[in-house]
Design a protein around this ligand. Structure first.
Ligand code: SF4
Length: 391
């Protein structure tokens, strides 16, 4: 039955709240604690674009009772997106392994002994065949995006490989698909060149909080990450940036990472929320998997504080059942990677995903390809937090 909360006196005077059942005009007293928690979660679920979130506000959302968080995540989601439309992207590792970085979760790092073998950049034929295959799978527009990942620190000293990649971007964009890349750190000139080639979005995750980051990666700094994101934004490419949970971080680190993302001058258009898939040979191989409730908490919080962004249920989805994934979509996730692998880790089978879409009544979100591609409004408010975001 539909109900609403009514304040008898000033908002925030929780003891004066009553639950009103409009259809029958019934007024019943509800336990004060229940109402208080619902009101705290709901207080921030306005759907307004804000770039001045405080950590305390985000923490109060993140710490809300789960059912309230789920409800308000769903509310904001429905007010800002078609709740049935889910973006599906295909991810291809175009250059696997042998990376000089030391990201503790990554089997592609050359620092760790993992089953992943270093390979050269894929040649043109292989990449374009894979893109065409994704396109054919999406003949009914099931697949909207094609994302290419390369295991590199950056593109410096890789002139010929970079010019090949620019060629891939041009070709794939001409197939009417959104094109995304994740190629490590970018300088301003490289970002501009990718934009000119037609790149839709660039993925560069924060991974975790600034505070916890040195425990996960030592070969590049948090500020270097933020500089790459700023270069991408400056070039006019959509920013795809999120993180991973299950790295051993505390809830405060998750809040801190969401704070950095949501207080950027413009929210990332896409926010991937990954759950660690621990890989043998990496320093995090023994890490306990996160629960579905932690994923739902992250997704709903991200949805409430970044209402217009695409929130991607990303790596780690393979561990979740269809009912668990349904909770994530309900909480506000509206993007997934499809395909049997995600770079080097397993992913849900394409056919299972399509069956899940049928069961849940989800539909593929059309690609944004035109000049009128919607972008998020830039919030004009001053960034008031103390994070060192310099963009
Ligand atoms: S996450 Fe990326 S940068 Fe880090 S080791 Fe893996 S491939 Fe290299």
């Amino acid at each position: 039955m539909a109900f609403r909360l009514r304040t008898a006196r000033a908002f925030g005077n929780f003891t004066a709240l009553r639950v009103v059942f409009p259809t029958r005009g019934l007024v019943s007293a509800a336990p004060v604690e229940t109402i208080r928690s619902a009101a705290i979660a709901g207080l921030h679920a306005t759907g307004n674009i804000r770039n001045d979130w405080t950590r305390e506000e985000i923490k109060s959302i993140y710490d809300s009772p789960l059912m309230d968080l789920l409800f308000y995540g769903a509310k904001v989601h429905r007010e800002n997106h078609d709740p049935r439309a889910v973006q599906q992207c295909t991810l291809l590792s175009i250059k696997t392994g042998g990376c000089t970085e030391d990201c503790s979760y990554c089997p592609q790092s050359s620092k760790y002994k993992t089953p992943v073998k270093a390979q050269k950049l894929m040649d043109t034929d292989e990449v374009l065949v894979a893109a065409k295959k994704a396109k054919e799978a999406g003949s009914t527009r099931l697949v909207q995006g094609f994302c290419m990942g390369a295991a590199w620190r950056d593109l410096n000293g890789r002139k010929s490989n970079f010019s090949k990649i620019l060629g891939y971007v041009k070709e794939i964009r001409s197939m009417d698909m959104e094109v995304c890349c994740t190629l490590g750190m970018l300088d301003a000139g490289q970002a501009k060149a990718l934009k000119e080639a037609g790149l839709t979005a660039y993925n560069h995750n924060l991974d975790t909080s600034r505070e916890y980051y040195p425990k996960i990666i030592t070969t590049r700094s948090y500020d270097e990450r933020l500089t790459t994101i700023a270069n991408v934004r400056e070039a006019g490419i959509h920013v795809c940036s999120g993180g991973i949970i299950g790295l051993g971080e505390k809830p405060e680190d998750r809040v801190s990472m969401l704070h950095t993302l949501s207080t950027m001058p413009k929210h990332p258009e896409s926010v991937p929320i990954n759950a660690l898939l621990a890989v043998e040979g990496t320093p995090l191989e023994k890490q306990e998997p996160v629960s579905i409730w932690e994923m739902v908490r992250m997704i709903a919080t991200a949805r409430i504080i970044m209402p217009k962004s695409m929130v991607r249920l990303s790596a780690g989805r393979v561990r979740f059942s269809q009912p668990e994934q349904a909770l994530c979509f309900f909480a506000g996730a509206n993007s997934i990677f499809t395909g049997d692998t995600l770079l080097t880790t397993p992913n849900n089978a394409f056919s299972e995903d399509q069956e899940m879409f049928r069961t849940l009544g989800l539909v593929a979100k059309p690609a944004n390809l035109g000049e009128n591609e919607p972008t998020l409004p830039i919030e004009e408010k001053t960034v008031t937090n103390s994070s060192s975001v310099s963009i």
